[in-house]
Ligand binder design. Structure first.
Ligand SMILES: Nc1ncnc2c1ncn2[C@@H]1O[C@H](COP(=O)(O)OP(=O)(O)OP(=O)(O)O)[C@@H](O)[C@H]1O
Ligand SMILES: [Mg+2]
Length: 677
């Protein structure tokens, strides 16, 4: 296989429309996002300086609101410190003016110096108070920033955990989620920029006030000096933001490659299949593409800054020439000119800072706006709250002509096959109901619809006649315990892996123990280095790894700990050894005897012998329903019967192939299983 690292030069700067070879090979196409610019992205890029300035109060207000929620006292401290700092600067400038006036006056030098002493004391006091105010502001900002980031993060997380599963699986929602995550960090940085903007505004006002008093012509000259830098800052940050939006997915894909190389779960395959150098080569290739973009950005920024510096030099020259003119014509005294130079320098610095910070504020605001958009979108796609109560002791759940198609792009043919079509079936409560069928026949989809994770596109799911769509969803979820096919392996302790099944009450140790015993996980836990406190995640201190079957036992224990009305077990024994499998099915039988409803999905057809009702799905349609006997005895042919016969023959052949003397002990379990068949 060709390795991209060997010919990376061809991919450098390959941010082309068809994408770099790495993008095409690994991700199926270009990852640059260049279409469908959303409204605010365009809005930012088309924004004029004036439009930015006029919406400044709104932006500052939204940051202040976040900070207010995060820490009011720190916000007050920062606000007061910044205003105080500005006031000291203004008083300081006036005092400097006094000092220069006194020193440059006529008379003996000792008298002149003496006359300047009170003003000098003012200069010293204002510098000291100014410095104290600055450090108070720095301390307050440092306290405020992490809190604002946390509040912003919580703001979107608390909405995201309540959206429909469909939204979480949606690509557009995910893209928004990705960029909104920058918004939380953006909100944190906005605090610094806001503080700097307020500080620079007050300082500028002080300098501008002093300059206007000295001579009205000086203020426009000051503005002229700062214009080129403002233009450069605005231009550069727009280019950066545009580039960020275009390259965001590409950057994420690059991070995905590097993360994959250090994660623990793909580590064995990376080594045995020697995938490491291959992925590393593509990582380098993708990085080189984005390095090309960074170089382009840096060049463009350097060019803009050079032009701006030249223009600023000209403007500064004009200002000092004007000052000289005022001096020469006697319009301005030498002492006043000295203050004017100081005020011009201080004012120009404040104004440049102000414009740079406003610009940075806008750049960050774009990401924060993404976060706000995500909150709005998450609210729109939230799982509805409220509804009719779910019947306390329902007797029957009925699927009525249910059709469901997964949302998403419709592919080349333009149409998507429904995952379920026109399914009508019964799930009687207090029974074991089995769902069987080939891979992709819709079994998992059906139970997800049953649990309220998706809503049927057509038809209805009725609980004792009541449409589930009208039922309170939180109430509905509370009725289910689920061991899904891809159940989550929580990177937490063994105890928590079971107790996380029910988090709405205090953790009950005895029930955790009982659940572990039920699922055959007690021995697994006993053998762990730190028992219940063993962390089941390699790569952390004390982290421990368990086998796939051991995980499955913990998953089953978790569902048992949840203690819900309906237990959904989707392939609960796929990773279990024959003995553990038999035990699990025995436990399921006992649960049903105690009145629990169990919905069992399995490919081991012998295990559904005890089910009260078996539904057979094929390509999203219900093909057969009945008890094990009905499905195997009566029909001369049938899907279930065929599949069952196939599995049975396989066992019989295996048994015949093994000579009695060659039987291994493990075959004893297989014999036990085949006896069930
Ligand atoms: N989240 C999803 N988004 C889009 N399509 C999906 C999703 N999950 C499943 N599908 C599609 O829906 C169909 C039914 O899938 P489902 O997972 O329900 O099958 P299954 O009967 O559980 O199969 P298996 O025995 O392999 O677990 C398949 O064609 C599958 O590709
Ligand atoms: Mg499945």
């Amino acid at each position: 296989m060709s390795r991209p690292a060997e010919n990376t030069s061809t991919t450098v700067g390959a941010g082309t429309e068809e994408g770099s070879p790495s993008e095409r090979l690994l991700f199926g196409g270009p990852l640059l996002h260049d279409t469908g610019w959303n409204k605010h992205e365009r809005a930012y890029l088309e924004m004029s300086l004036w439009a930015m300035a006029s919406s400044l109060p709104r932006l500052v207000a939204s940051t202040v609101r976040l900070a207010w929620r995060a820490d009011r006292r720190a916000l007050w401290a920062v606000g007061c410190a910044e205003v105080l700092h500005g006031v000291t600067q203004a008083i300081g400038l006036v005092a400097v003016n006094e000092v220069l006036g006194a020193v440059l006056a006529t008379g003996p030098i000792a008298d002149r110096l003496h006359a300047a002493v009170p003003a000098l004391i003012w200069v010293a006091v204002t510098s000291l108070v100014g410095a104290l105010a600055m450090s108070a502001s720095t301390a307050g900002t440092g306290r405020l920033e992490p809190k604002v980031e946390r509040v912003a993060t919580e703001m979107y997380l608390e909405r995201v955990i309540r959206v429909e599963l469909e939204a979480i699986e949606d690509e557009d929602f995910h893209r928004l989620l990705d960029s909104a995550q920058y918004g939380a960090a953006g909100a944190r940085r906005m605090i610094r920029y806001c503080t700097a903007v307020v500080g620079a505004l007050v300082s500028f006002a002080a300098a501008a006030g002093v300059l206007t008093v000295l001579h009205p012509a000086l203020l426009p000259l000051l503005l002229l000096m700062t214009l080129p830098r403002s233009w450069a800052a605005l231009r550069n940050s727009r280019t950066r933001y545009e580039s960020f939006q275009r390259w965001a997915q590409h950057a994420r894909a690059g991070r995905l490659l590097s993360q994959t190389l250090i994660r623990t779960d793909p580590a064995p395959e990376i080594r045995v299949h020697d995938v490491g150098p291959f992925l590393l080569g593509h990582f380098r290739s993708m990085s080189e593409s984005s390095e090309g973009e960074q170089t382009r950005l840096a060049r463009s920024a350097a060019k803009t800054r050079l032009i701006a510096s030249a223009l600023t030099g000209i403007a500064t020259l004009v200002t000092y020439l004007a000052l000289g003119g005022l001096l020469l014509t006697g319009v301005m005294a030498l002492s006043v000119a000295g203050t004017a130079v100081l005020a011009t320098r201080s004012g120009a610095a404040s104004l440049t800072t102000l414009i740079l910070q406003v610009n940075s504020l806008y750049e960050e605001a774009c990401y924060v706006m993404d976060l706000e958009r995500l909150c709005v979108e998450a609210h729109k796609r939230a799982i509805p709250v409220g509804g009719l109560p779910v019947p306390d002791q329902p007797r029957l759940i009925r699927f009525e002509d249910v059709t469901f198609t997964y949302p998403g792009d419709s592919g080349d043919s333009g149409t998507r096959r429904p995952a379920l079509s026109g399914v009508t079936l019964d799930i009687p409560m207090g029974k074991i109901v089995a769902l069987v069928g080939e891979n992709g026949s819709g079994k998992t989809t059906l139970v997800k619809l049953l649990a309220g994770l998706y809503q049927p596109g057509e038809g209805a799911i009725r609980w004792d006649g009541q449409d589930a769509g009208a039922l309170d969803r939180a109430d509905l979820f509370s009725r289910f315990a689920m061991v899904s096919q891809d159940f989550h392996r929580w990177p937490l302790t063994a105890r928590m892996n079971i107790a996380i099944g029910r988090t709405d009450g205090p953790l009950e140790e005895e029930r955790v123990e009982a659940a572990a015993r039920y699922a055959g996980a007690r021995k697994v836990v006993e053998e762990m280095p730190r028992g219940w406190d063993t962390l089941l995640s390699r790569g952390y201190k004390g982290g421990h790894q368990i086998s796939g079957g051991q995980w499955q036992k913990l998953g089953l224990a978790r569902a048992h700990y949840r203690d819900a009305q309906i237990l959904i077990v989707d392939e609960p024994t796929s990773a279990l050894d024959a003995r553990a499998e038999l035990e699990v099915f025995e436990q399921i039988r006992q649960l049903a005897q105690a009145g629990q409803t169990v919905l069992l999905i399995t490919h081991r057809l012998a295990s559904v012998r005890d089910a009260d009702l078996i539904h057979v799905l094929e390509k999203g349609r219900l093909r057969e329903s009945g008890t094990f006997e009905e499905l195997t005895d009566n029909p001369p042919v049938g899907i279930f019967r065929d599949l069952y016969e196939m599995q049975r023959r396989q066992f019989v052949d295996e048994q015949a192939a093994a000579l009695p003397g060659q039987r291994k002990p493990a075959d004893a379990d297989a014999t036990e299983t085949s006896r069930e068949l």
